[in-house]
Design a binder for this molecule. Structure first.
Ligand code: E4P
Length: 217
């Protein structure tokens, strides 16, 4: 399973990129709004940091296919690595069909059922983003959705890649890897949490103490 980082915060993107673990970035309208920066400006900066797929979403207020297609073309023109993120609606699917026929990569977002993922794949989506954490939040096992999509895509040899999204903690990451998701898009905080284990931290402290006791600083 590959890792993308799920943020529009360029400092977090730099930190994760420096660790060598991420190969792409996903953003959404809420993450862009959180940074309070112009969409194009922040996206352009991200393209200078990570050399991999970067998802930029059409405006949250654009709901018609024609508008999404126009914005999608503009987003794709920012950089060759851009992926146009489109919400899962009838209009969104129409936009995916047109954009993918033009060779523009798409990521269909807000996927909460296997049927939605199957429709998005058939429309030509490069990626689908099932939201694990938001399902867990309403007492529905999000991981079952990932497992079902993996099985269905495997059954039919679909090339659309599954980006497990709405990841809240390290166990989500392990579960997604076991389920066979192609990619997990993970906030920086969770990437950082994944590096830790109490015995690793204690081991480092003991090695330092033992070394210093004999050799000093
Ligand atoms: C996916 O691409 C979304 O940006 C993201 O994973 C949503 O996560 P949230 O449910 O934590 O907002």
């Amino acid at each position: 399973m590959k890792f993308f980082i799920d943020t529009a915060n360029v400092e977090d993107i730099r930190k994760a990129n420096d660790m060598g673990v991420i190969c792409g970035v996903t953003t959404n309208p809420s993450l862009i709004a959180k940074e309070g920066r112009d969409f194009k400006e922040v996206i352009k900066e991200i393209t200078t940091i990570v050399d991999g797929p970067i998802s930029g979403e059409v405006k949250a207020t654009t709901v018609d296919a024609e508008g999404m297609i126009k914005e999608g073309r503009e987003i794709a023109a920012i950089h060759p690595n851009m992926v146009v993120k489109i919400p899962m609606t009838v209009e969104g699917l129409k936009a995916v069909k047109v954009l993918s026929a033009e060779g523009i990569k798409t990521n269909v977002t807000l996927i909460f059922t296997a049927n939605q993922a199957l429709l998005a794949a058939r429309a030509g989506a490069t990626y689908v983003s099932p939201f694990l954490g938001r399902l867990d939040d309403i007492s529905t096992a999000g991981i079952s959705l990932i497992e079902d999509i993996v099985t269905i895509f495997d059954n039919y040899g679909l090339e659309t890649e599954i980006i497990a999204a709405s990841i809240r903690h390290p166990m989500h990451v392990t579960d997604c890897a076991l389920a066979g998701a192609h990619i997990a898009t993970v906030p920086y905080k969770v990437i950082e949490q994944m590096t830790h284990h109490p015995l690793t931290d204690q081991g480092i402290a003991k090695f330092q103490a033992d070394y210093k006791a004999v050799f000093g600083e």
